[in-house]
Ligand binder design. Structure first.
Ligand SMILES: Cc1ncc(COP(=O)(O)O)c(C=O)c1O
Length: 480
């Protein structure tokens, strides 16, 4: 054996290679880079954008039905008397609401406008729950006369319901909304009657004693994106406690408990650690927390359970496809000296001292992405690239400084024309989107056979102008 042993050496070039090449050696980086999204339910992103334009909202019928099915099984297998109501404001595109209707969901609405929309879609009055802090007298009359359950929010709301009931004659099922602390997460105290102060109890007794009203439901919506299933256990206990007190005072056992919505989707708030599947408990845990409390009651005393879930059911079914329209390379910013900095506002100094990075401008503004303010919406390129992701800024195409979709997101080097898909965006974004600077884009639904259907056409100038009135004395149109 003449060979001499040489210890392993770290080759000189290892530290000097461009970051893109180091991805070749790093299987984790390669794993990240291959996280492209080039199709949704079997339809190529490129074909969707070519056919329907960019930006484009895309909804997956398969995902909606899978979520509905899983939720139904989670609850009904544990507690058969569970009824589901689709929270219209989460997404009231007719096509989306109709999918839930076909799954057997009722409608949960919060205004006269939403009520009319539900009736247009064929919901009977008795399939509708009417929530909200203010309901107009006309909408209350309509809802009562058509058999909807109004869930009363405050004393003035109650007074208006009593007046409408007296005018209409007959007796009507109503509910009351209640709020309390669960000790898990923030307290939502804007809506309903306070439990701790006794006003929920007083409102309940007043309704039970009213000749025109029947107390059908105790309702509570403890918040949205509630990460701890135990919050619901506390909620059920609190509401059962109230129900028992009402029964003791009046002899009336309220037949229905409505736990509202609030179950999270697989999304992350800014600053949360992912992946979302690890941070968010499965729906079965929520079902177990709620139903195990109800099952502990003697069988005859078990109320009907109602749920008004929104975000959990539709968020992951929604995608927003867009295009990179400009690439702005990292600016070279001369850092001000310490004395200069002290004269700047906190915001200015944080902007100036932030590490420079590339900005990608998309054709999507935050007017389409209301939830981007809270949620770290994921961004996935449609084109495979084997480059190392780099920290970048993703901004929109509005002429506004605040139009930032992701302040810091790891992306491979992109070029103008690249498609990016933002996800999950199915909850709240479309309903809360604003026509601002640009008209709003098309929305399509991919059915279970991968057929694409337009469910909201791209807006036109006429749509925006149709609600405007130009006084004659200002009009020069006739002369053009
Ligand atoms: C009364 C009521 N029910 C249900 C929901 C749906 O909530 P989520 O989307 O968190 O499930 C809301 C939304 O805020 C609500 O206010």
């Amino acid at each position: 054996m003449t060979e001499t042993y040489e210890s392993p050496r770290i080759s000189a070039e290892l530290g000097n290679l461009p970051s893109a090449l180091s991805a070749e050696r790093n299987p984790l980086a390669r794993g990240y880079v291959s996280q492209v999204l080039d199709q949704i339910d079997g339809v190529a992103i490129e074909d969707l954008a070519a056919e329907h334009g960019s930006p484009l909202f895309v909804f997956s019928e398969r995902t909606i039905r899978e979520k509905a099915d899983r939720m139904r099984t989670a609850f009904r297998s544990r507690y058969p008397d569970t009824q589901f109501f689709w929270s219209f404001k989460t997404n009231y595109l007719d096509a989306i609401c109709s999918i839930f209707k076909s799954e057997g969901w009722g409608a949960e609405i919060v205004s006269g406008f939403e009520y009319a929309k539900a009736r247009h879609l064929g919901y009977r009055g008795d399939e509708i729950i009417f929530n909200g802090p203010y309901k107009s007298p006309a909408s209350i009359r309509r809802a009562l006369s058509e058999g909807a359950v109004i869930q009363i929010d405050n004393w003035d709301d109650l007074e208006r319901v009593e007046e409408a009931a007296a005018d209409l004659g007959g007796t009507f099922d109503v509910g009351i909304r209640v709020w309390f602390a669960t000790g898990h997460g923030p307290i939502w105290s804007k809506f309903g009657f306070s439990l701790a102060s006794g006003e929920a109890q007083r409102a309940a007794v007043r309704i039970v004693e009213s000749p025109r009203l029947r107390l059908h439901t105790l309702h509570s919506h403890i918040g949205t994106y509630m990460l701890d299933p135990e919050a619901y256990r506390v909620a059920v206990r609190s509401m059962l406690g109230l129900r028992a007190e009402i029964a003791e005072d009046t002899g009336h056992l309220v037949p229905c408990l409505n736990l509202g919505g609030g179950f999270p989707s697989y999304s992350l708030l800014h600053g949360m650690r992912g992946p979302a599947e690890a941070a968010v408990a499965p729906i079965e845990r929520y079902a177990e927390a709620i139903t195990s409390e109800l099952m502990a009651l003697p069988e005859k005393e078990r109320p009907q359970l109602r749920l008004e879930s929104g975000r959990h059911l539709v968020d992951e079914a929604g995608y927003l496809v867009g295009t990179v329209v400009a690439v702005k390379n990292a600016p070279i910013v001369p850092l001000p000296d310490a004395t200069g900095l002290s004269a700047l506002s906190i915001k200015e100094s944080s902007l100036l001292t932030r590490a420079p990075k590339t900005s990608y401008v998309m054709d999507i503004g935050i007017n389409l992405l209301y939830t981007a303010a809270w949620f770290e919406i994921s961004v996935r390129p449609a084109r495979e690239t084997r480059q190392m992701p780099e920290s970048a800024r993703l901004v929109g195409d509005l002429c506004m400084e605040i139009d930032v979709i992701r302040e810091d997101v790891a992306l491979p080097r992109l070029r103008v024309g690249d498609r990016l898909t933002l996800w999950p965006v199915g909850a709240y974004n479309l309903g809360q989107s604003m026509q601002f600077i640009h008209i709003r884009p098309e929305a399509v639904l991919i059915d279970r056979n991968s057929q694409v259907h337009i469910i909201r056409r791209r807006e036109r100038l006429e749509d925006v102008e149709s609600a405007e009135v130009l006084p004659d004395y200002l009009s020069e149109r006739g002369d053009v």
